[in-house]
Each structure stands twice: as C-alpha cells, then as structure tokens.
Design a protein around this ligand. Structure first.
Ligand code: R5P
Length: 306
C-alpha cells in the first residue's frame, strides 16, 4: 500500500476523524487560521512530498467558504509536490444547480467541478450526487459512492412487511428504484411541482401509485428546507399510509427545516453524516448513519491501485 495522508477542512472534522480511524491513520496536520480581514490562511504542516494526499471537505453551509477552503488547501498541498491529490467531497454543494432552469442562470455544479480541477485535484470522491450526470462535468476521475446501502441497513432494523419505497419526485426515480431493490420492496413515485420564480417552494403533489395500508419509505438525496419531505409525508398519510419513514443522504436542514420536519407526520427520519449538522438545526426523531465506511473503502481502493 502506498504512503498517503488524509487532511480535513473545517466543514466536517467529525466525519474525517471517523474515516481516519477506519483507515487506522491519524488526520494529517493543517492549521486553518484567518487574517483580521477574514481571508483564510491554511498552513499544511505535514510533509506531503510524493504522497497520495486526500482532502476531505463537505461543500455545506457556508458553502462558498468551504469551496474556497478546499481550493486553498489544494494549492498549498500541490506546491509541496505530492504524488497525487484527491478531493473527498461527501456533500457537493451547488449540485442541484446542474442545469439552466432559466436563461441567464449559471450551471453552478459545472463551475464547482472546474474549480476543483483548477485547484489541481486529480481525482474526486463524492457521495450520492443530486444527478449522476454531474460526474460528466469533471475532466478528472470521480469515484461516486452511495450511502443507500447504509440507509437500507438502518431501515431494515424493523420489519418492512407492507413496505413501499417512495420517490418524492420524478427526478429521484432511479435512486428510489435502487433503494427498493436493496430492500426488496415495490416502489411508487410522487409528482412534485415547484414554483420556478420562488426559491425552495413546492406547489403541489400527486401520488402515482397506491399507498393505502402501506408503510411508506421515502428516499431522497437532499433535505434542505424540509418542504418536499413534509409535504410528501402529509400527502402519503392522507392517502392512507400507515407510517412514513424518511431516508435521505444529505441533511442540509436549512432555515426552518427542523421545525417543519418536527411538525410533519414522520415516524422515522434517517440521514447520514455527510454534513455536520449543528444541534439547533436537528429535527426531532433524527437518526444518523455514518458514510465513513463507504468513504474509507473508496480511499482504500484508490491507494491500492496507485
Ligand atoms: C430535489 O430535486 C431534491 O432531490 C430534493 O427533493 C430537494 O432538494 C429537497 O429540498 P427541500 O427540502 O427544500 O424541499
């Protein structure tokens, strides 16, 4: 196995430590300080020369700061001649802006991909992208791992008799199909409409399938405002679902999401730790499963092939 190091940015040190523990290494030494005017000043203290260097940074809130931190860490490391440098991005912020919804808007996910390449990252590991096609925005290899198996293990701790997997929107059908396959359950889809000119606002829902008397298991990639999840849970219960379990990879939990989700008819809410969620943004009944094993496995795979 080749000599390698794992650095962590400031966004998710807990997850980085878990990954390091699984790999039986210590996190590499970096100092992240700021000048009085707010400019970040990273200082990489470990010797990276000729090593495979991994840098873990979730592009979560405040995402622009974390994007910049990752870019500056990349620049600092590449100036000390590593063998190669891999960005480990458990949550890729801006991934939902993967197309122009209106003329005049950017394709922000593509800009983030370019940003990582300009920072000289030669590979990327990421978890459950909003859209698989985002992998194609990168010129460098992307190891796109999934947390679905970890979420499925958590759901399966109870009997799933009469269970049905639900995609809360048409865009999530492939994800829901994979989840349904992992749980050996059938699947249905909901149709969600959004207001294009009102941020984060869901207009209406329609259930394409029968949920009466069933245990509904919603699977989504991101919970941001919680609006999609809460509306879906309300509609499913109104249509006769006996219980609603929600699974999602990335718990962004922005704004009033904690209140929205706590008030919703949700029996279990299972997310992962791709984002380090502060206590005051955690909704009730939140269960968190770790993506550290899938990330550690991806790192081991890269090291063993170098
Ligand atoms: C949308 O396409 C995503 O898959 C999620 O459903 C969405 O990002 C959730 O956002 P919110 O929690 O704000 O409704």
């Amino acid at each position: 196995m080749k000599d390698y190091l794992l650095f962590s940015g400031s966004s998710n040190i807990g997850l980085a430590k878990e990954v390091a523990t699984l790999l039986k290494i210590k996190l590499a030494d970096v100092e992240l300080t700021r000048f009085a005017d707010g400019e970040l000043r990273p200082w990489v203290k470990d010797d990276v020369r000729d090593k495979i260097v991994f840098v873990l940074e979730s592009l979560s809130f405040p995402m622009d700061e974390h994007v910049m931190e990752l870019a500056l860490l990349g620049d600092a490391i590449r100036r000390s001649a590593p063998r190669t440098m891999v960005a480990v991005v458990p949550y890729m912020g801006y991934a939902r802006q993967d197309k122009q919804h209106r003329v005049g808007e950017p394709i922000s996910a593509r800009v983030i991909a370019k940003f990582l390449e300009v920072s000289k990252f030669k590979e990327v590991i990421t978890v459950d992208l909003h859209n698989d096609a985002i992998v194609g925005f990168f010129q460098v290899p992307v190891t796109h791992v999934s947390a679905l198996s970890e979420l499925a293990k958590a759901v399966s701790k109870e009997s799933l008799e009469n269970g049905i997997v639900v995609s809360p929107d048409v865009g999530g059908v492939k994800r829901a199909r994979n989840f349904a396959y992992a749980l050996d359950l059938p699947m249905i889809v909901m149709e969600k409409k959004r207001f294009i000119d009102r941020h984060d606002t869901t207009e209406s829902y329609q259930i394409l399938g029968d949920v009466a008397g069933k245990k509904a298991i919603i699977i989504d990639d991101i919970i941001s405002t919680g609006g999609t999840t809460a509306q879906a849970a309300i509609s499913l219960k109104a249509a006769g679902a006996t219980s609603v379990i929600v699974c999602a990879t990335h718990a962004v939990c922005a704004g009033d999401a904690a209140t929205t989700l706590t008030a919703a008819p949700i029996d279990r809410l299972i997310v992962t730790n791709t984002i380090a969620l502060p206590e005051d943004r955690k909704p009730a009944r939140l269960e968190t499963v770790s993506v550290a094993p899938v990330i550690a496995q991806a790192i081991e795979m890269i090291i063993s092939h170098d």
